[in-house]
Design a protein around this ligand. Structure first.
Ligand code: ZN
Ligand code: ZN
Length: 221
């Protein structure tokens, strides 16, 4: 091994270790909660020493996935080839907007080309999008880009991440096991902004012990 390659390898290893350390140093924004049940297959009821919590399982999962997607968007994305490329026919104005933004979209790990006659063809998608929702996500990305009259880069990234997160997340009325619930609550606690979904809906409603005592007028006994 020549020296520069060795150095490079060392630096790479150092970087990986640093990234791992960085991951361990997250701050929990909510104290540990214990799930106590689920209502309407949608709302997890949980508690800790401070109070009682009602968590919307979709909104919470969406927040978790949203932050993960944003993180992966910042890293280099690896394009994955589709087995069958997807052709999408667009209106002419949509097609023109999309064509103008090919480079931008492709920078995020998509491979989109002009297929003629207001049609585009998609050959690959970024590795962090699960295969089974790839087509849906691509269509959403196209909608987002085509819908913007004046293109705003940051908005594009946020909307794309929010849309992906929504598609990737457990839905209301989906069954969650006790372990799923524990995982969900813990991941939510690690989020930078655990209290709302990327669309601004609340993920968690809190009743402190004092709130409950007041509601039940316990001080009157
Ligand atoms: Zn959603
Ligand atoms: Zn949402």
């Amino acid at each position: 091994l020549d020296f520069s390659v060795q150095e490079e390898k060392k630096n790479e290893e150092k970087q990986i270790i640093e990234e791992e350390l960085e991951d361990e140093s997250f701050v929990y924004r909510i104290k540990e909660m214990t799930p106590r049940g689920i209502v309407y297959l949608t709302y997890i009821i949980a508690e800790n020493e401070d109070g009682m919590y009602i968590i919307d399982q979709h909104a919470a999962a969406e927040r978790i996935n949203y932050e993960k997607v944003l993180k992966s968007l910042k890293k280099q994305t690896i394009p994955i080839d589709l087995l069958v490329p997807i052709k999408i026919e667009l209106s002419q104005p949509e097609f023109l907007v999309i064509r103008q933004n090919f480079d931008l979209i492709n920078e995020y790990g998509f491979e989109i080309e002009d297929f003629g006659l207001n049609t585009i063809i998609i050959r690959s998608h970024p590795n962090w999008i699960p295969d089974d929702i790839a087509e849906e996500c691509i269509r959403k990305v196209i909608d987002i880009v085509a819908d913007k009259k004046k293109f705003d880069f940051d908005q594009f990234v946020w909307r794309m991440a929010a849309t992906m997160a929504c598609r990737m997340s457990i839905k209301a009325n989906d069954y969650t096991s006790y372990d799923d619930q524990i995982w969900l609550l813990n991941e939510l606690r690690k989020c930078e902004n655990p209290f709302t979904c990327p669309h601004g809906r609340p993920t968690i409603i809190t009743y402190t012990k004092q709130d409950l005592e007041k509601l039940f007028k316990r001080s009157l006994d």
